[in-house]
Structures are given as C-alpha cells and as structure tokens.
Design a protein around this ligand. Sequence first.
Ligand SMILES: C[S@@+](CC[C@H](N)C(=O)[O-])C[C@H]1O[C@@H](n2cnc3c(N)ncnc32)[C@H](O)[C@@H]1O
Length: 233
Amino acid sequence: MSDWIKFYDFKHSVIYVNARHRDVHYRTIAEDIRKLVPSSTAHVLDYGCGEATSADLVAAACAQLVLVEAAPNVRASLTMHYAGHPKIAVITAEQAAAQPKSSFDLIVMHSVAQYLSAPELDRLLAMFHSLLKPSGLFVLGDVVPPHFAAPAAALSLLRFGAANGFFWAAVSGLMRIFVSDYLRLKRTVGLSHYTEAAVIEKLKSAGFRSERATHNIGHNQHRMTFLARPIAQ
Ligand SMILES: C[S@@+](CC[C@H](N)C(=O)[O-])C[C@H]1O[C@@H](n2cnc3c(N)ncnc32)[C@H](O)[C@@H]1O
C-alpha cells in the first residue's frame, strides 16, 4: 500500500475539516459527476472514490456505479454504507483491473493523479482506455498545476467554507493539516503536478483525444478537469 493510500485509510480523513465539509465536498463532486453521465443506461466507474457519501446521486442517474477504493478501511466503510444498494458495487483496485474490456460508458478519476507517480498514472490511463467502451468518456479531475497549488487550495477551502457554513472550521482544519502527516508526505513522497499541455500529451500517449473542461469538478477552480475520449483505431 502506498504512503498516500495509508494517509487516506481512515474512516474520516483529516483532509475534511468536519462532517459538514466532507458531506458538502462529496455532494458537490457527485452533482458534477452526475452532469457527465451520458444516459440512464450508462455503466460508470469512479476510481479512487474516497468516502463518496453522495454516490447515490450519481447512481440515480445511471444503470450501475462501480466505486473503486484502494484504502481498505475506507472501502470497508463504503461497502457497509452501500450494502444492498441495487446499483452500487464497491471493489478493490485489483478487481477494477480484472473488469472486462469495454465495460464502461464513463470512467472518472478525481483528485487521485497527484498521489501517483508518472508511470503509475500511465499504467492507470492504459487500464481505463481498455475498460472504456469506444464511445465512452474518461474524466480526469482535480489535476494540480505546478504553480500556486498550496495557496490556491487553502483559499478555495476558505471560500468553500464561507459559502457552506464551515468557515471557522476550515481555518482550524487548515492548521490541523499543517501539523498532520500531509506536509511530511508531501516533502518525502511528493505530489505530482502537471501543466495542461502535459496532461493532454499524456492522455494522447494513452490513446485519448482530450480537452480541458471549462469547470473543474468540485470547488477548487485552480485545478483542472480533462474530458478524454478514445481515439478511433
Ligand atoms: C483526495 S482523495 C479523493 C477522493 C475522491 N475521489 C474525491 O475527489 O474526493 C484521494 C484518493 O486517492 C486514493 N489513492 C491515493 N494513492 C493511490 C494509489 N497509488 N492508487 C490508487 N488510489 C490511490 C486514496 O485512497 C484516496 O481515496
């Protein structure tokens, strides 16, 4: 298990300043993902879904939603939460790799690329290309650009908190993040940053034609979302 997966492997990650933040965060993401679901018959994969407390909003718009989470405790909590949901399945990263080719109409990987090395991201892009139907859409969200990432993330969180009733919790949450393992891991393991051109080039090498979306999924508009479609063979 990578150090970043261990960092996220808590029932409630330190990254969310309180339960309200976590719930508004996941509702915002689910509402954005729902807009990208192509039809009510679509099969959707959310890779690195995290706590996904609003996944039922996405499931309501599609035929099947597969949640993939590598962190075992987070996955156990998701499995319990969505047990018996007729449209939601929770699986491991290994099970995702074993899904049949061309199974999905929409694959989303949001706010995960920064935790992967460049070769790890390449491997996942190749896997998504194989799992996606030729007419499908791959969405790579929350890609962190090289400059001003930390101040932009802090400012976006404070704005998000002010708009959703958790401003002061966001202030103390930021201080908590400062003393958490996040900064230590950032220094030792590192975070991956990409320019817009570098992502488009990476996606091209994996067999996708892509463009940057006008809106990043979620609340941080300094980060980038890409819409990618398999290049016809
Ligand atoms: C910031 S959370 C994103 C959760 C959710 N997608 C969201 O946007 O809120 C980062 C996620 O990346 C996952 N992750 C980190 N490193 C990973 C790796 N090497 N392979 C697969 N998943 C990884 C973590 O388990 C965690 O769920």
